[in-house]
Design a binder for this molecule. Structure first.
Ligand SMILES: [Zn+2]
Length: 351
């Protein structure tokens, strides 16, 4: 267990660290930082034939190229363009110093299970399910090979669950936009790139915690899954992943800058299973066995959702199943991340 004195110390230093997000990043997307995960002495996850650091660099450079070719008014800044080691805190520093409007960190997932598959996109936040902890530990553990990491990260220990909780108390004022771009990316991965959708998730990731702009970390597939490793190593696979992220950024930029009508194809249905002032761990045991619960902060409350459907038919079917466990579960609709009535959503879809 962690001592109370230490908790107060860490919390206060987190607030000191977080003061520099006053500037508003809501209106334009002109500068994008692309962060190829790992590099140099940090290989990241290791597959049968490849290393994460090499795949992330290829994807990052491809993504940057697509953006530069197709959205010339956007300036791209890479945290690395070669096989170089960069400390985690330096990555967000690069974004902050350059006044970036978006921070995209690219990674490849790993699992002990060789069948684990699919893509997920993380935003900063608290989620302590065991599966999430695997990603959090792995992606944060690189600080252990940095010099003086305890000084730089306020004594943060990536192997301690207690520090992870405290660390996640950090309030990201760009959470809504981060969730929006993350959702766009997962939609593109699912609909266009035909990847398995492991959804938008929240986790206490060091690389995101000090970013003063919307920021996400993308796990583009599993290096430990033979098929996915092959896909991510191939020129074609990299092009599919990078172009999916590119299209998501394009959509996000258009939406943020008001160039696109929000109505187009951005309706999502979910099942709300709980609404509470309590921040409940999103594990099945806490929700009558319901899996894949996501928690979204709404004012002083938390909404707890499951499901992610593009059509009402699909969500209605899921609702019937969920109601066997949670009788009050009901369908909610979102348009580009904003809550709208189901009636309005259906009307928009029929237009
Ligand atoms: Zn990684």
């Amino acid at each position: 267990m962690i001592k109370l004195k230490n908790i107060i110390f860490v919390i206060s230093s987190i607030f000191i660290f977080s003061i520099n997000y006053a500037q508003d990043k809501t209106d334009n997307v002109n500068i994008i930082v692309i962060d190829a995960g790992h590099g140099g002495k940090d290989p990241g996850a290791i597959g049968k034939k490849s290393k994460e650091k090499d795949l992330t660099l290829k994807l990052a450079l491809k993504l940057g190229k697509y953006i530069e070719e197709n959205i010339p008014d956007v300036k791209i800044i890479y945290t690395r363009k070669t096989d170089k080691f960069i400390e985690l805190h330096k990555r967000s520093e690069i974004a902050n110093k350059n006044n970036a409007d978006l921070f995209i960190s690219i990674h490849v997932n790993a699992s002990r299970s060789k069948t684990a598959t699919g893509t997920s996109t993380f935003v900063m936040g608290l989620n302590r399910s065991a599966k999430q902890m695997e990603v959090v530990k792995r992606e944060n553990s690189v600080i252990l090979i940095e010099d003086n990491y305890k000084m730089k990260y306020d004594g943060f220990d990536p192997n301690s669950p207690e520090t992870e909780i405290i660390f996640s108390l950090y309030q990201n004022s760009y959470l809504d936009q981060s969730i929006r771009i993350a959702g766009e990316i997962q939609n593109q991965f699912q609909d266009k790139a035909k990847r398995i959708n492991r959804d938008v998730r929240q986790a206490g990731l060091v690389v995101l915690w000090n970013c003063s702009m919307p920021s996400i970390l993308i796990e583009t597939g599993f290096i430990t899954n033979l098929d996915e490793e092959k896909f991510l190593m191939s020129e074609n696979g990299q092009a599919i992943i990078a172009s999916a992220i590119y299209r998501a950024i394009k959509n996000y930029k258009d939406l943020v800058e008001g160039k696109k009508n929000n109505i187009q194809n951005n309706i999502t249905f979910k099942i709300q299973i709980a609404y509470s002032s309590k921040e409940i761990e999103t594990i099945p045991e806490n929700f009558n066995g319901i899996e894949n619960v996501e928690r979204v902060k709404d004012g002083n409350f938390y909404r707890y959702f499951t499901g992610n459907a593009k059509t009402y038919e699909e969500i209605a079917e899921l609702q019937t199943k969920i109601r066997k466990n949670v009788s009050q579960a009901y369908v909610i609709a979102l348009n580009n991340g904003k809550y709208i009535t189901v009636k309005d959503a259906l009307q928009l879809l029929n237009n």
